[in-house]
Design a protein around this ligand. Structure first.
Ligand code: ARG
Length: 450
């Protein structure tokens, strides 16, 4: 019998029972629910609300329940709604009357907030580790291919030659911001909600600071109504996760393009590619495509959560039970994406010759040619016009002779010829954060110090 139905004479309608139950989804919160209950009862004993002996009984009873859940012998059923009732009921069955004291000065409203905060705090730490690993792999790949040159793109059109290492390191910095965002979000996750009870706090002499200390929370929440109504920390986390997915999805898109026959810039390892059921020659970048696809699912979770919250009156409403699936699915999806991507990046082959070859005759040193004229005292807009005209001739810039160039401007001298080669154009980029070799080396050193 569900212990929360004290005032009812009828049993819950069977269909309603499975409709309202969340056990299939929230059972994974059991370790946090148990740790939370153990700290709660320690506090109850410290405050003289239960005896030390009762607290010990409850703590070891909960330990036994944990073992049962982990061994698979624990029975879950819809009648007991959620993980909180399951554990409380199992405790009563296991240790008898004393078990009925665990829910003193507590509600499922503050309990569920505690569980999800403990869960998310741990998962944010795991995600930060995975982000760091992927950053390290990106950095290694960049270092191993430091001087490889490739076309840099805007509008997916050849723009200017860049170092492949510079392009790849762009993702390193996106992920660095992702780490920062998660760390910042974790400040707001790491607030102890227990003691808010249903919504108003408790008239029993509880010590919230002590619970916070036991569970290693740096602070307790300030307002009990806000505490049981707040899901900002979940929305914020999923938002941060959406950006992580956006970054990996953009990288996926590039890897998909680069591994086409048309680009041929990279080859993904066989361990990370799939075959076709009909075309024997195929080697498809399905992992990257799935990351792109799953990104949409995570965006969906963000909108699910925002929409779920936007019109809820204070304080707790059952709508909020629906926060779990998007939260858990986001954590799992981002974790597997990051973990797979670390190895996918390490194992991919860089086709240096093909990247360099694709710069032939692509006019991508035109900006350098204009800068050359600027150095000779010509205003940039005028230089832009001169070089535009030169491009119109249609002959690859690197093949133009000094005589041909001088037909467009008398300031061209023999020293112009080397800068028309992509390698040389990259060398000219001496500004901080640019694609020059020394600058990229410096960037990598800075990245290593993070
Ligand atoms: N399973 C519920 C949830 O996840 C726990 C809180 C239930 N509280 C209540 N008053 N019905 O939100």
């Amino acid at each position: 019998m569900n212990p929360v139905r004290s005032r009812f004479t009828k049993k819950l309608n069977k269909e309603v029972e499975s409709f309202t139950s969340s056990i299939d989804v929230d059972k994974r919160l059991y370790p946090y629910d148990i740790a939370g209950s153990q700290s709660h009862v320690r506090m109850l004993a410290k405050c003289g609300i239960v005896s030390p002996k009762e607290a010990e009984q409850i703590i070891s009873g909960l330990e036994g329940i944990k073992t049962d859940i982990e061994s698979g012998s624990f029975k879950f059923n819809d009648e007991l709604e959620d993980i909180h009732i399951h554990i409380e009921q199992a405790l009563i069955e296991r240790i008898g009357e004393t078990g009925r004291k665990i829910h003193t000065a507590r509600s499922r409203n503050d309990q569920v907030a505690l569980d999800t905060r403990l869960y998310l705090r741990e998962e944010i730490t795991n995600l930060i580790k995975l982000l760091h690993t992927l950053q390290e792999r990106i950095l290694k790949k960049a270092e191993a291919n430091l001087e490889v040159i490739m076309p840099g793109y805007t509008h997916l059109q050849h723009a200017e030659p860049v170092l492949f290492s510079h392009h790849l390191m762009a993702y390193f910095w996106m992920l660095a911001r992702d780490v920062e965002r998660l760390k910042d979000c974790s400040k707001r996750v790491n607030i102890m909600p227990l003691g808010a009870c249903a919504l108003a706090g408790s008239s029993l002499p509880i010590d919230r600071q002590y619970v916070a200390q036991l569970l290693e929370f740096p602070q307790v929440s300030e307002n009990s109504i806000d505490t049981v109504s707040d899901r900002d920390y979940i929305v914020e986390f999923v938002n941060a996760a959406c950006l992580i997915m956006t970054h990996i999805s953009r990288l996926s898109e590039e890897l998909i393009l680069w591994s086409t026959q048309e680009f041929g810039f990279i080859e993904l390892d066989e361990e990370f590619t799939t075959g076709s059921s009909i075309m024997p020659q195929k080697k498809n970048p399905d992992v990257c495509e799935l990351v792109r696809g799953k990104t949409g699912r995570i965006y969906g979770h963000l909108f699910h959560l925002l929409t779920m919250m936007k019109a809820l009156p204070l304080s707790y409403n059952r709508d909020m039970q629906e926060d779990k699936y998007p939260l858990f699915d986001t954590v799992e999806t981002v974790k597997s994406t990051l973990s797979i991507f670390a190895d996918l990046i390490s194992s991919m082959e860089i086709k240096k010759e093909r990247m360099e070859e694709s710069l032939t005759g692509d006019f991508s040193t035109a900006t350098e040619l204009a800068n050359y004229l600027v150095r000779k005292g010509i205003p940039f807009r005028k230089a832009h016009k001169i070089v535009g005209k030169i491009c119109l001739v249609g002959k690859p810039l690197e093949e133009l002779t000094i005589l041909e160039l001088q037909q467009f401007s008398s300031v061209f001298e023999a020293d112009v010829c080397p800068i028309l080669a992509p390698q040389e154009s990259i060398k000219q980029k001496t500004s901080d954060g640019g694609t020059g070799l020394a600058q990229v080396r410096k960037q990598i050193e800075t990245a290593k110090c993070l």
